[in-house]
Design a protein around this ligand. Sequence first.
Ligand code: ADP
Ligand code: YYY
Length: 206
Amino acid sequence: MIVTIDGVAASGKSSVAARVARELGVPFVSSGLLYRGVARLCLREHVNPDDEDALLDLVRRCPLDLRPREQGNEIWCGHQDLTGELHTHEVDETVSHVAKHPRLRDWVNEQLRHVQGSFVVEGRDMGTAVFPQANAKFYLTASPRVRAQRRVQERDEDIGEVEAALRLRDEKDAAQSAPARDAVLIDTSNLSLDDVVANVLRAVRA
Ligand SMILES: Nc1ncnc2c1ncn2[C@@H]1O[C@H](COP(=O)(O)OP(=O)(O)O)[C@@H](O)[C@H]1O
Ligand SMILES: Nc1ccn([C@H]2C[C@H](O)[C@@H](COP(=O)(O)OP(=O)(O)O)O2)c(=O)n1
């Protein structure tokens, strides 16, 4: 069984995917971490994120390894765990440049298709481009303001700046962020995390 949970930044994808996967007793996979890992490598190696050939050379030189874990996915580059360096302002500003390249997306999607068995996978285009055959598909949204409020709970940043950055990234990611026609749309703005998880599990088990 494959469950896809797509949606915009800070809509709750990772939190919901982790909880739903735990309830179902299957792994969860965070596709965005692969893009974030490439963005982190760009920053470390001073590679232009707008240069698709340079990005593909980078991931050939520094192959990223996505490791689904119950406590959260890990991204390794060789023997180096990059996981703790992926949710920074610099990576947020770089990742959309990385994610716009078709051949880089093909590389990420090839990594994801190696995942075997049953799993929950979250991202932007899991229910459309990567796993259109998924058994259950969900697409999470929330108002930019609510999403900014959630982000500033995690990072000590100005809420106005966070909201503006989220709106900008929504625009940059729009090309790959359309919900699947058969996805269940959930506006999480006024729902607790527990409510969203319950709604998803109810639909998966229906
Ligand atoms: N429905 C919700 N209500 C309140 N807080 C939420 C909800 N969903 C997620 N959160 C919180 O908002 C933050 C962002 O959620 P996250 O799962 O990282 O979103 P995404 O993966 O879509 O970027 C986290 O701190 C998470 O605990
Ligand atoms: N399947 C995916 C997953 C993420 N992306 C892009 C879009 C986002 O800006 C970045 C990071 O995604 P991630 O889900 O890790 O983070 P946010 O939910 O946006 O906070 O990668 C994508 O294009 N396709």
